[in-house]
Design a protein around this ligand. Sequence first.
Ligand SMILES: [Fe+2]
Length: 335
Amino acid sequence: MLVQSLGYVGIGASNLDEWSDFATNWLGMQPVDHGNAQRAFRMDDRKQRLVIDRSLSDGERFFGWEVADAAALQTLAAKLEAAGVKVRAEPRALADQRFVTGLISFADPAGNRLEAFHGPMIADAAFKPGRTISGFRTGPLGMGHAVFHVKNIDDLLGFYRDTLGFGVSDYITTPFRAYFMHVNPRHHSLALIETGRQDLHHLMVELYSMDDVGQGYDIALGDPDRIATTLGRHPNDAVMSYYLKTPSGFLMEYGWGGKEVTPGTWQATECTIGPSLWGHDRVWMSAEQRAQARDLRLKAAQNGERMPVQVMQGNFETLTGTCPWWDNVKAGNAD
Ligand SMILES: [Fe+2]
């Protein structure tokens, strides 16, 4: 795919100290000193992944999409222009501020500022998390995912799917319409949810260890008003997560165990099991909506819906002898 990952996100906000505390002590990112106007945060070997910029007004944001090299950036710019999208080749000064080699910017049909870049700069020093975590799952999967509130999905779907080349992973139609799109094996790097609003709904970062999420949840329980969505699990990307209110009002999903898709051959289907398999009580929804979502989860449980955990080398051990019925089948003793 031409676009390879969500490389970085920038947020316009003036409460830099509040953001520093949040990103460092709650999320485990590493603060980087970039002067008075900005706070930047590392999640891995890159110089920055999350940028909080007080020279931008609250609500102004930018989303940096990574491509392979200068030729790919040129191809993407040509593709956008052919589709009637205005593309700006950004000057060296802004590319330096983003710590990338080449940079263009454009807008999606809802007016969200998107950037595309190649050649991210790598930090000299190793990543040092802000609190004790095993680390963020980034690399070729990018920094996580972004989810936008949109007025009408049909206004944006063509742009992301056909012009930018994102693949649809799956979609839901109730209790609201949502489309989940991938640009690499991460189940979705972008999702659009049709809520009638236009805003950033949430960003998601993924941790290596389930315990990173559990321990983060313990910290969050110390200030329960900060928890926007309780611990739970999504049925489509298999992520177990909770959501926090960020200092800018949108949400941050803190998750583990994301499922991978196969770009190029993946077939999108409708996901009919609510937005959550269990948990994820959304305290920001109305009592009626919360009751409806709970009914959906109870129905999924009643129907015996289950998903395997998604693990990687080093974070699991295989159990043996825990299923007498299956052991019996394997031994050839079943009826
Ligand atoms: Fe999410």
